[in-house]
Design a protein around this ligand. Structure first.
Ligand code: ADP
Ligand code: MG
Length: 309
């Protein structure tokens, strides 16, 4: 199968969104902006051997690619509209790509996005997904604005499971199914992000580990602003404490990454969407930026992933 046939067979789709003037199949896509809205756009890479294991199941690759991309839109409070898929495949033969494409399109339907373009080439397994969404004018939720007196809220599934799955995988343990869902089926928190427009002072999605991503919010806040997390309030993924003990469970939950929850700083007098979990408070501290039950974090904790290392 050549590149053209592969695109025709797997990636040519008629757009459902009425604002799309021209979907994929031309030199570029065309869509009309929605009235009184602002466009929100981001791109993310998923590279086999770096962001996912070398031997990566096609449906998991699709779900992680989409989950990671759409989670960035969720973190801005945006409604997802379109995606562009730039794909590099070791072989252009059907098989792997068949499963990848069917999961990918399933997720497009589920999250209400149209695939309006992309690029396909032969090469090491990797993909870049461009995501495009929008928010009502002035309503995008950025990382600025966390301040002392705010509460810190978490939206999304329980923490630490994706990190624990990688541990299981690396150690070649027998029971690989445990926590696999949390790694291979990330759930971007689109509805929560939308519900937090006009509510959250600052927001970020947890991709690299709760503490590391929280530091990005603290970097933008005024000096000597800190967050005191309450360990009892942290939602820990199922089986974590039983299998690994409380200390390791907390470490994975706070530094593990790949959780794709939303972390939002919200003034205490505002009404918070019902699925939120209150996990800490923004306080003043001269010495530490993140505290756990009032104490500094254990020194040996590595605060999260750095893909550049
Ligand atoms: P060009 O030579 O202009 O880059 P291509 O042959 O790469 O054109 O692509 C032809 C059309 O197919 C374009 O509209 C492009 O957006 C679309 N396309 C290519 N690969 C993909 C893909 N993986 N997913 C979606 N659309 C794709
Ligand atoms: Mg091209």
């Amino acid at each position: 199968m050549n590149e053209f046939e592969l695109i025709q067979k797997y990636f040519k789709k008629d757009p459902l969104d009425p604002f799309v003037v021209l979907g994929n199949g031309d030199d570029a896509a065309v869509f009309a902006p929605r009235y009184d809205s602002e466009a929100v756009i981001s791109v993310d890479a998923v590279i086999a051997g770096r962001h996912v294991p070398d031997l990566c199941p096609p449906d998991g690759f699709a779900a992680r690619l989409m989950g990671r991309g759409l989670s960035d839109l969720a973190a801005m409070g945006a409604t997802p509209r379109y995606v562009l898929l730039s794909l590099s495949l070791p072989t252009l033969e059907p098989g792997w790509v068949d499963h990848f494409a069917s999961r990918f399109h399933q997720l497009c339907v589920r999250f209400g996005v149209d695939l309006i373009g992309g690029d396909t080439t032969k090469g090491p397994l990797s993909a870049h997904l461009t995501v495009i969404g929008d928010v009502p004018r002035g309503k995008a939720i950025d990382r600025d604005g966390l301040k002392a007196g705010d509460d810190l809220w978490l939206f999304g599934p329980d923490l630490g499971g994706a990190r624990a799955y990688l541990g299981v995988l690396n150690q070649g343990e027998q029971d690989q199914e445990i926590w696999a869902e949390r790694y291979w089926r990330p759930e971007p928190q689109i509805d929560s992000g939308i519900a937090l427009r006009g509510v959250a002072n600052a927001m970020i999605d947890i991709s690299d580990g709760l503490c590391q991503d929280l530091l990005h919010l603290l970097d933008r806040a005024t000096k000597s602003t800190a967050v005191n997390l309450q360990s009892r309030k942290l939602p820990l993924c199922e089986h974590l404490v039983a299998r690994l003990g409380l200390d390791k469970a907390l470490e994975y939950a706070l530094t593990g990454g790949d959780d794709y929850c939303l972390l939002a700083s919200i003034p205490p007098d505002l009404r918070v969407p019902p699925n939120g979990k209150l996990i800490g408070m923004v306080v003043k501290s001269e010495s530490d930026r993140i505290l756990l039950d009032g104490n500094p974090l254990p020194e040996f904790w590595q605060l999260g992933w750095d893909h550049n290392l």
